[in-house]
Design a protein around this ligand. Sequence first.
Ligand code: MF3
Ligand code: CO
Ligand code: CO
Length: 300
Amino acid sequence: MKTANTLSRNDLCWCGSGKKYKKCHLGQQPKQVASPPQKQQPAKRNIILKNAEQIEGIRKSCQLTKNLLDMVEERIKEGVKTNEIDEWVHKETLANGAVPAPLNYGRGQGRRRMPFPKSICSSLNNVICHGIPNDKALQNGDIVNIDVTCDLNGYFGDASRMFIIGEVPDKTRKLVEVTRECLELGIAQVRPANSLGDIGHAIQQHAEKNCFSVVRDFAGHGVGIEFHEAPQVLHYGQPGTGETLRENMIFTIEPMINVGSYDCKILGDGWTAVTVDGELSAQWEHTLLVTESGVEVLTA
Ligand code: MF3
Ligand code: CO
Ligand code: CO
């Protein structure tokens, strides 16, 4: 999801007016001020600690999410269209009594952009995230992220994996592997009393040690009762900073790692986030539960 500190001119205003920021409080800021006005942030939402019943529901939704990705893994190959993958996941989600959470996501949240039109995100090569499935066949040499989110009885599970189509250069394979290691190193920091900054730091260190960059404009997120809850889980940062992890928190870690710069832009469809320099990007995602002794990977 978009991070709160990157409100741009065309985003909805933080004040909840439903108007674009540029037509609302941006325009109301005095032109000349001695010191810049304090950056306005959307109201801070509270982190939901889940109870046993909620955890059980979210665990089931996460297991369905995992099974759907396993199905994709078995079938994906050169020549398959991302629209076909979307259809497989859509049908199988419904067959399991769940709803694909991405479909129509964003509806009723202002007229900022169209609701997400498909049941999965498919992010190909230079696409960072939120790619929209289409009728183009996957080709030898492509890398693609498939991101699945289920709503099962009102409980959400969210995960994504990278898939390599045919043969790719060593550097591309390395990007995909290092990104997966970033997720695993982030997960290894999840335990009560550690901080969100510990997670971000572990990921950033590993990515940058391998000369890759960490995307700043999107973050992991609390999940379970809603698709996107507090807190934001940044994939960079300093140890010991940010929110302290507590038992029964549930959130995603979903590092997006680039070969070139971390700068991103959104295409005209309002969703597809791509690298500004056109270089490759990779992402892996799990939903995690903070347990008394550490972590349970709910989508494993
Ligand atoms: N699954 C994505 C995430 O990990 C969110 C996709 S939002 C959508 O947070 F609308 F693009 F589906
Ligand atoms: Co997510
Ligand atoms: Co996701």
